[in-house]
Design a protein around this ligand. Structure first.
Ligand SMILES: CC(C)(COP(=O)(O)OP(=O)(O)OC[C@H]1O[C@@H](n2cnc3c(N)ncnc32)[C@H](O)[C@@H]1OP(=O)(O)O)[C@@H](O)C(=O)NCCC(=O)NCCS
Length: 149
């Protein structure tokens, strides 16, 4: 049901993420960013189609980020999101991360996985370097949450 992403999945991943981004539900991702970070991605597959994705990105000493969590509208509330986020959290543990953060417009969703709200300033400066390239910079409404593994 879920597996690590492959090159051939990237266009479907981008279509799904960017459709939600147009509705301001998450941030858009460029093809370049997706190809370069392909190894971070998990996908959920149904009838050979990508119906969900989530990524685990290693950020810093002991710290990882869960990013780009999306499930196709017609496949939501079936548990795909839960399985994808859990895969990222297990992977983070296996990689030796001690904490995982998420920046999201859906804090309530991530609280179900044990993430707790933190101030943006509580996260290392390094992660803000990415923000300058974001289309929302400097008016970011994303909420930061952190989970200790
Ligand atoms: C948020 C999203 C990834 C959830 O995926 P999903 O596959 O529908 O989620 P699941 O079926 O695994 O739901 C897991 C649990 O979270 C709950 N849940 C689902 N969406 C939720 C939301 N928006 N807020 C709070 N809880 C939510 C479900 O009710 C379920 O709870 P339960 O286990 O107690 O019944 C999906 O709705 C989505 O892709 N939304 C658009 C993109 C987006 O907002 N991404 C968020 C992060 S950037």
């Amino acid at each position: 049901m879920i597996r690590k992403a492959r090159i051939e999945d990237i266009k479907q991943i981008q279509e799904m993420i960017n459709a939600f981004a147009k509705q301001d539900l998450m941030l858009p991702r460029s093809l370049n960013e997706l190809y370069e970070n392909l190894r971070d991605f998990w996908v959920a597959e149904d009838k050979k189609k990508v119906v969900g994705c989530a990524a685990l990105h290693i950020s810093w000493d002991n710290l990882a980020e869960v990013k780009s969590v999306a499930v196709a509208r017609n496949q939501q509330k079936k548990g795909f999101g839960r399985i994808l986020v859990s895969a990222c959290l297990n992977e983070a543990k296996e990689m030796g991360a001690k904490k995982v953060f998420v920046l999201t417009y859906k804090p309530e969703y991530f609280k179900k996985f044990g993430f707790k709200r933190v101030k943006h300033a509580d996260l290392p400066h390094k992660i803000w370097a990415e923000c300058i390239n974001c289309c929302k910079f400097p008016n970011c409404q994303e909420i930061a949450l952190l989970k200790t593994l």
